[in-house]
Design a protein around this ligand. Structure first.
Ligand code: FAD
Ligand code: MG
Length: 357
């Protein structure tokens, strides 16, 4: 009996010591992260790396920042020069040889044009410029302007030559805008660089495009809030839990203007030339690759609820959450276990329920 009591006391001491050691370890590790915020791609980008080796983490972040700058310099249409500007200014005349990066993103964008039957269209630039949303020149164009400019929008007019990585736009006046996809590519590249540097845990936020590496240090999943479209940044309506995935949202609430009570936002329906109007406020995509999630979040926004949900439901390892104007969150079936509503004004509707399965 006495022996048993001694054994019990020893066991308790070992458990308590173990708990304390465990706590120490995790708090020590918790303090070993580095966060770097910087401005690029028209937004604030945050890279948060968790690693006891802060030198290694710093090096990985510095390389990531240099890479994002490189991507921006190649693909921007907002500076004096870039490879994309070069392609655009040679439209209807010559093909332009570009880097592997730019060729890859343009090729992907073309593929998403085809998959989405033109809901995603990288040649939307002339229409985007006409509206000027997000700039001081924002205005509602005349119908005639929209109709004549729409003749320039067609992803099938982007000619790719794989033999020398050159890109040619068929018609004069045509232009490419990679704003709906290049941020996703940059996110994938940051993750790759962190991994190449031996980092296993990180959280990256490119102005709402989230990329996660691994799980949280305590072994749990990352919790990503879906922005409440009608409230300030940081107010969430739902939380999505992910491990090692990317979560990308396209919404009508960040770049827009209001005229006569109507909201005109920056995601354009390439068929009409007007901001996409399908009752959707935001579309969120959860996937492995951020370039895919970025293109898909824009495509699904344009497609609207029914088509968009079906489109994603038929894809492997890609999920969607679509918020509609009537405060509903529609999700694809694979998201069921990973999403929680955090604002009771919104209700969750699952794809299989819509179909009556
Ligand atoms: P998304 O839905 O991912 O993309 C919407 C954007 O894609 C629109 O703004 C439009 O440009 C384009 N688009 C609209 N409809 C479609 C469609 N149907 N198919 C395909 N594309 C469509 N912002 C600045 O303010 N200043 C800058 O200097 C600047 N430079 C940038 C440089 C690069 C390389 C990139 C990638 C982005 C830059 N941005 C800049 C941001 C850019 O202008 C877009 O506003 C931003 O990428 C939109 O991202 P999103 O996630 O909000 O929306
Ligand atoms: Mg996008």
């Amino acid at each position: 009996m006495k022996k048993n009591i001694v054994l019990l006391v020893i066991i308790i001491i070992v458990i308590v010591m173990g708990l304390f050691l465990g706590c120490d370890k995790s708090s020590e590790f918790d303090n070993n992260f580095i966060t770097e915020d910087f401005f690029a791609l028209g937004t604030i980008i945050q890279i948060k790396v968790f690693d006891v080796d802060t030198q290694k983490a710093k090096k990985a972040i510095d390389e990531s920042i240099a890479r994002v700058t490189e991507i921006e310099n190649k693909m921007t249409i907002n500076k004096d020069d870039s490879e994309v500007i070069e392609i655009n200014s040679n439209a209807g005349e010559n093909g332009v040889q570009v880097s592997y990066d730019t060729f890859y993103v343009i090729k992907k964008a073309g593929e998403y044009g085809r998959f989405s039957e033109g809901a995603f269209d990288l040649t939307i630039e002339p229409i985007v410029k006409l509206w000027g949303i997000g700039t001081k020149q924002a205005r509602i164009p005349k119908d005639e302007e929209i109709i004549s400019t729409l003749s320039l929008v067609n992803y099938k007019d982007v000619m790719l030559d794989e033999t020398n990585n050159s890109v040619k736009l068929e018609k004069k006046g045509q232009a490419i805008d990679l704003g709906a996809i290049a941020k996703g590519y940059a996110g994938d590249e940051i993750k790759r660089i962190l991994m190449d540097n031996g980092i296993t845990t990180a959280f990256i936020n490119l102005g709402g495009n989230v990329v996660t590496l691994g799980n949280k240090l305590d072994g749990t999943s990352w919790k990503i809030g879906i922005q409440n479209p009608v409230e300030k940044r940081g107010n969430h309506i739902a939380v999505i839990e992910v491990i090692d995935k990317t979560v990308v949202t396209s919404g009508n609430y960040e770049r827009y203007f209001i005229e006569d009570g109507k909201r005109y936002h920056h995601i354009i329906n390439p068929k009409t030339g007007y901001p996409a109007e399908e009752g959707v406020i935001s579309s969120t995509i959860v996937a492995d690759s951020s370039i895919d999630a970025d293109a898909l979040s824009t495509a699904v926004y344009v497609m609207g609820l029914d088509k968009g949900l079906d489109f994603i439901e038929n894809m492997d390892k890609v999920e969607a959450a679509i918020i509609t104007k009537d405060n509903k969150i529609y999700i694809t079936s694979g998201l069921r276990e990973n999403i929680k509503i955090s604002n009771p004004q919104f209700t969750l509707v699952e794809q299989s329920l819509i179909k009556g399965e």
